[in-house]
Design a protein around this ligand. Structure first.
Ligand code: UGA
Length: 435
């Protein structure tokens, strides 16, 4: 199969590379010349474990190429994927679909023969209908089908999620298009991945419903963590105790500083907008959005309390800035709320992140960026773990105690056991557990 992938952002790049690794011929298209030049030279613009090696292999084997010339990829393609960004529209939280519609115009002008146009970008219900209208206007005689095929990739685990998904969702009632989609995902039949065929609108909604449910689950356990702190219970044990019930499931029940990233915050907000516009507001998800935003802000207060109620003139070491480990993505990261709030109260911040420093430097100002975890301890009055990178999970607690000016450790991801931290002589504050 010949595939054109429009957009070499996170989703487009991972999907394009993985499809080529399935044996298809893939051309990745992007208007950003610098990005394409870098990709042609083997440089990957994002940090994603395993991606660079996979790009290299498939380029060498002749199945994967990069271009700024849309015609090169779209002409003669069996399937053209739209994988461009759908950021929150400034001011109102609706998804901005201008890149999606621009891609549709371009596809309309260039496609040849029967073409399946697939939306991978996360788009509100009804966007597929609009794409179809655009294509029909640009190419009244065109032979095509518009399909929704949402992605469920987690940053940091995206290749595995693509190659071993829980399910593939395909929204189209066009039988010829269904067959093309079956061929594209053929390698997954070997491990019996369920392919769920639905209408296009249903498929578009599944994506938002999945992300909103996961955001809800996290927010639920985060509120439970607050309750645990108030009544002297342990949220990790609560999560385990409820998660072993198959109807609930133990995943996405890790209490923390609130969810961030490029998807949950944007998608929950967009879903509430769609629902309100449709006259059926989703009050639960509206609450999730509010509770999560407030939680990120409340984390700074938690740190200040751990520091004795005042951080003015104090130095705080911070470990982890990205919204989660194994990514350099800073979008909506809890650190973006926490650090400026601490600075506003007079704290000086020295921080370390294994992969995110370069991105963080663009947004978080007046931080002394350090080259390793222990460097953040020098002359510091407290150490705060915001993101649970593996390399922070087994730090030398004795060394932390010795180096800090005051022995305060705040762990917003619960990666240490309270007993071991206490044994090292540190005052420990974590999330939803008895200190
Ligand atoms: C999320 C979904 O998990 C993917 O299935 C989806 O495809 C993707 O969004 C998307 O729409 O593109 P991602 O944003 O990469 O993936 O990251 P997650 O691993 O889901 O984490 C999101 C946030 O929730 C992070 O800030 C993480 O720290 C937080 N989280 C996650 C918790 O606080 N607790 C948990 O138990 C799990």
């Amino acid at each position: 199969m010949r595939i054109a992938m429009i957009g070499t952002g996170y989703v487009g790049l991972v999907s394009g590379v993985c499809f080529s690794d399935f044996g298809h011929d893939v051309v990745c298209i992007d208007k950003d010349e610098r990005k394409i030049t870098a990709l042609k030279g083997g440089k990957i613009p994002i940090y994603e474990p395993g991606l660079e090696a996979l790009v290299d292999k498939n380029v060498r084997e002749g199945r994967l190429s990069f271009t700024t010339d849309a015609a090169e990829g779209i002409k003669g393609a069996d399937a053209v994927f739209i994988a461009v960004g759908t950021p929150s529209r400034r001011g109102d939280g609706h998804a901005d679909l201008s890149y999606v519609y621009a891609a549709a115009e371009e596809i309309g002008q260039l496609m040849e023969g029967y073409t399946v146009v697939v939306t991978k970008s996360t788009v509100p219900v009804g966007t597929g209908d609009e794409i179809e209208t655009i294509l029909r206007r640009v190419r009244p005689d065109g032979e095509f089908a518009v399909v929704s095929n949402p992605e469920f990739l987690r940053e940091g685990a995206a290749i595995d999620d693509f190659k071993r998904p829980d399910r593939v969702v395909v929204g189209t009632e066009d039988e010829r298009a269904q067959e093309v989609m079956r061929q594209l995902y053929r390698p997954l039949y070997l491990n019996e991945t369920p392919i769920v065929f639905t209408s296009r609108r249903t498929s578009e909604l599944i994506k938002y419903a999945a992300n909103a449910f996961l955001a809800l689950k996290i927010t639920y356990i985060n509120e439970m963590a607050d309750l645990c702190e108030a009544v002297g219970a342990n949220v990790q044990q609560v999560a385990k105790g409820i998660g072993l019930d198959n109807r609930i499931g133990g995943k996405f029940l890790h209490a923390g500083p609130g969810y961030g990233g490029s998807c949950f915050p944007k998608d929950t907000l967009a879903l509430t907008k769609t629902a309100t516009d449709a006259g059926t507001p989703l009050r639960i998800i509206e609450t999730v959005v509010d509770v999560n935003a407030n939680r990120k802000k409340a984390m700074a207060e938690k740190i200040i309390t751990a520091c004795g109620g005042d951080v003015s003139g104090k130095t705080i070491g911070v470990l982890g800035l990205t919204f989660k480990p194994n990514t350099d993505d800073m979008r909506d990261a809890p650190s973006l709320d926490i650090i400026p709030a601490l600075q506003a109260k007079g704290a000086t911040i020295q921080a370390y992140d294994p992969e995110g420093t370069h991105e963080a430097q663009k947004i978080l100002k007046d931080i002394d960026y350090k080259s390793g975890p222990y460097e953040t301890l020098d002359n510091a009055d407290a150490l705060v773990i915001i993101t649970e990178w593996d390399q922070f999970r087994a730090l030398d607690l004795g060394r932390i105690k010795q180096t800090l000016r005051t022995p305060v450790l705040v762990d917003l991801r619960n990666i240490y056991r309270p007993e071991e931290v206490a044994a090292a002589g540190l005052q420990y504050t974590s999330v939803g557990r008895p200190d």
